[in-house]
Design a protein around this ligand. Structure first.
Ligand SMILES: Nc1ncnc2c1ncn2[C@@H]1O[C@H](COP(=O)(O)OP(=O)(O)OP(=O)(O)O)[C@@H](O)[C@H]1O
Ligand SMILES: [Mg+2]
Length: 391
């Protein structure tokens, strides 16, 4: 983690409205986060929470009715919001690349794959056609497409969905971007292919040392890929922290809900979701936007917006429950189970069931690995397999 301290991107107080006939949609309401060199930051949240708008703003690929009300996006110390379209064209694809949800829409159906990968290399890296095609073939091989030299001459429809997403990743990586933004890059794919694509991204990140912003509405997929997690709700980040802090010490009732709706071995087949729907962003509620859906809402939640309360140096959450005067509430049983795991992690004990599928912790030689019997009374052992599905 020590190398991951330098900020490569800083988003400050970002506010985006969309002009519509019914009024202004307040899609992004003061979002703040940073991205460190070489890390993967996951942004999670339900549909409509503002994940795509946030990253499209970084790429400056917003719809015409978007109105940037305020904020800064600092990349290399310069505000991307102040760049001209021409300057952005030099940054997009070269310094910051993006992978979209549906690979078919980002590939040109009538252009051969080889050319689609080689083109950005020719444009952004000033390479000859020959060099660019050689690099394109290397990239195809790197993302796991066999017979790359033959397949360079094929069209997108001649590839499977998973292969097309690999090709999109190859194009995104063509210029060794400093930042790779992946907006739900796997949702259109089946679960095994999803896992392969995530694995691929992780491997490539190690090779290229790029920083990744990974977007998903499914908290379950982030444990394996993310270093840090930002949870978005109704145009705001309501909680962020290191991946262990979000999975095992979550503080915001919305994060509790997201964790509760993650499929586990027990809930296989059943899909649990958070009751209710997100608020209308044409007229966002005054206090905590999640209050109406929360079993833990207090009077103040309907009156005033909670600030970000600091939980640790790396972890904050915007919930009045963290106010020193707030009554102590009992978190759901699953969350309490996780708090116990967190306590033992902090004490240097790795509980059984906390395995490679679960978020990583740094192990040093003093770390004790214990069995379920040893932790009796500390950790509920009845459902430890459930952790396998976290990842
Ligand atoms: N061009 C637009 N005009 C009006 N409203 C918009 C426009 N684009 C986005 N929005 C609104 O902004 C909000 C955030 O949308 P966004 O696409 O960022 O959601 P998301 O978190 O990416 O959701 P999903 O998981 O479904 O992709 C939504 O309420 C959406 O309706
Ligand atoms: Mg989206």
């Amino acid at each position: 983690m020590s190398s991951k301290t330098e900020n490569i991107l800083e988003v400050k107080d970002l506010e985006i409205n969309f002009k519509t006939y019914s009024g202004d949609v307040q899609a992004i309401r003061k979002v703040n986060f940073d991205l460190k060199q070489g890390e993967t930051l996951a942004i999670v949240g339900e549909s409509g929470s503002g994940k795509s708008v946030t990253v499209r703003t970084i790429m400056r690929l917003l719809a015409n009715n978007a109105d940037v009300k305020g904020g800064e996006i600092l990349f290399n110390g310069e505000d991307l919001l102040k760049k001209t379209e021409k300057e952005m064209q030099g940054i997009r694809g070269k310094d910051i690349a993006m992978i979209f949800q549906d690979p078919m829409t980002s590939l040109n159906p009538v252009m051969k794959i080889g050319k689609q990968i080689a083109e950005p290399i020719i444009i952004h890296q000033n390479k000859s056609k020959k060099e660019a095609y050689e690099r394109a073939e290397e990239l195809l091989t790197l993302v796991g497409i066999p017979n790359a030299s033959e397949r360079m001459n094929q069209y997108p429809h001649q590839f499977s969905g998973g292969q097309r997403q690999r090709i999109v990743i190859a194009i995104a990586l063509a210029c060794n971007p400093r930042i790779l933004i992946a907006d739900e890059p796997t949702t259109a794919l089946d679960v095994t292919i999803q896992a392969q694509i995530l694995e691929l991204m992780k491997e490539l990140q190690e090779k290229i040392d790029t920083s990744i912003i990974f977007i998903t509405h499914d908290l379950g997929v982030v444990a394996n890929v993310a270093d840090r997690v930002a949870v978005m709700y109704a145009g705001k980040i309501v909680e962020y922290g290191d991946v262990d802090e979000i999975f095992f010490n979550p503080q915001h009732p919305y994060t509790w809900g997201l964790i509760g709706s993650m499929p586990t071995l027990d809930t296989k087949g059943k899909l649990v979701s958070i009751p209710g729907t997100p608020p209308d962003l044409l007229d966002p509620p005054k206090g905590d936007a999640f209050a109406l859906r929360s079993d833990y809402a207090m009077e103040i939640d309907y009156e005033a917006e909670p600030p970000m309360f600091k939980v640790s140096d790396t972890h904050s959450a915007a919930t009045w429950l963290l106010h020193p005067d707030a009554p102590k509430v009992e978190a759901p049983a699953e969350i309490q189970r996780r708090y116990k795991i967190y306590d033992s992690l902090k004490a240097g004990i790795i509980p059984e069931g906390y395995n490679a599928g679960a978020p990583k912790v740094s192990l040093d030689e003093n770390t004790e690995v214990v069995t379920a019997q040893d932790t009796e009374g500390v950790i509920a052992t009845d459902n430890m397999e459930g952790d396998d599905s976290i990842g």
